[in-house]
Write a protein that binds this ligand. Structure first.
Ligand code: PNS
Length: 165
């Protein structure tokens, strides 16, 4: 049987427990996962790419079947470059559906050999996203339990730093 590698793409600004849940479940389906962080110079992320990679690596604790990488340009081109034909995405609320559907169809139009596979998020992470977690944390809200410990610490550090500047 051939080894199946899936690409799990996103901004991961920062990685959340919802992402980790999809990653762990993805490992039950695929042999290897490549977590692919989009490097988009037009967006101003809270965390640099280096910080995001570090937080992901600390959160997955050396799991040998996971690689963390960055990409720019088209996702389907990156998948081909990495010898994969599967894009793994998590689906949360109904509101995700339209965007994910659109993205999957566009990716399919761009390359019919690359398949998009979706895993429903666990009910625990149904309402969370990196964006809403950052917003709550920026006002001092307690987001523990929604992100890995290392991310929680980094969020506190980052918003304290930003307050000072
Ligand atoms: O974290 P996100 O916002 O859910 O990630 C979105 C991402 C990075 C998967 C998506 O924006 C993407 O794949 N961008 C790469 C550019 C691309 O291939 N665009 C065409 C398909 S929409």
């Amino acid at each position: 049987m051939s080894v199946k590698t899936a690409i799990y793409p996103g901004f991961f600004d920062p990685v959340t427990n919802g992402h980790l849940s999809i990653i762990n479940r993805g490992l039950h389906v695929f042999d290897n996962l490549i977590i692919a962080i989009l490097h988009n110079p037009q967006k101003t992320p809270l965390f640099s790419v280096e910080e995001r990679i570090k937080m992901i690596k600390q959160s997955i604790k050396g799991q040998p079947r996971i690689e963390v990488d960055t990409f720019d340009g088209l996702l389907v081109d990156y998948a081909v470059k990495r010898n994969s034909n599967v894009i793994l995405r998590g689906l949360r609320a109904l509101s995700d559906f339209e965007y994910e559907f659109q993205m999957a169809l566009m990716n399919r139009k761009l390359n019919r050999d690359v398949q998009s596979i979706f895993l429903m998020t666990d009910y625990k992470w149904f309402y969370t996203s990196s964006t809403i977690i950052k917003e709550a944390a920026s006002f001092g809200g307690d987001v523990s339990g929604l992100v890995p410990k290392v991310v929680n610490e980094k969020l506190k550090e980052k918003f304290q730093q930003l307050k000072k500047t």
